[in-house]
Design a protein around this ligand. Sequence first.
Ligand code: SF4
Ligand code: SF4
Ligand code: ZN
Length: 135
Amino acid sequence: MKTELITPCGMNCRICIAFFGYTMNGKKRKMKCIGCKPSDKSCAHLKKYCKKLTKKEVEYCYQCSDFPCKQLQKLDNKYRERFDMSMIDNLRYIKENGMEKFLQKQEEKYKCPECGGVICVHNNKCYSCIIIIKW
Ligand code: SF4
Ligand code: SF4
Ligand SMILES: [Zn+2]
């Protein structure tokens, strides 16, 4: 878990299926995604809607006066429903407790009980030992 893999919108790229090198329907991608920040694309999810992010006026959405804006809420709702994860909660946690604690919590939450690898948030799979975790 690394700070540079936490996106402005509160996603952790380390647990994203694209980071593991797959698409949402399970096919191998031609290229793995290396994350929003390392690829210098600011936020892949919200960038097209938000000038503050494209212009890098805020590093994380919680620094924005409109936080949480409608687009972020829409994304957050989708992730709550489908993936049991909340960008808004992530960002609030980072704001209140700092990045280090957040990364520790992510490490615990997404750790494979079999091999200690990282579990993907999108399909609950550990790509290190290929087991699917039932929460
Ligand atoms: S697709 Fe988006 S969230 Fe996933 S690793 Fe790439 S930049 Fe991060
Ligand atoms: S919370 Fe602010 S910075 Fe983040 S996407 Fe919404 S308007 Fe942009
Ligand atoms: Zn594993």
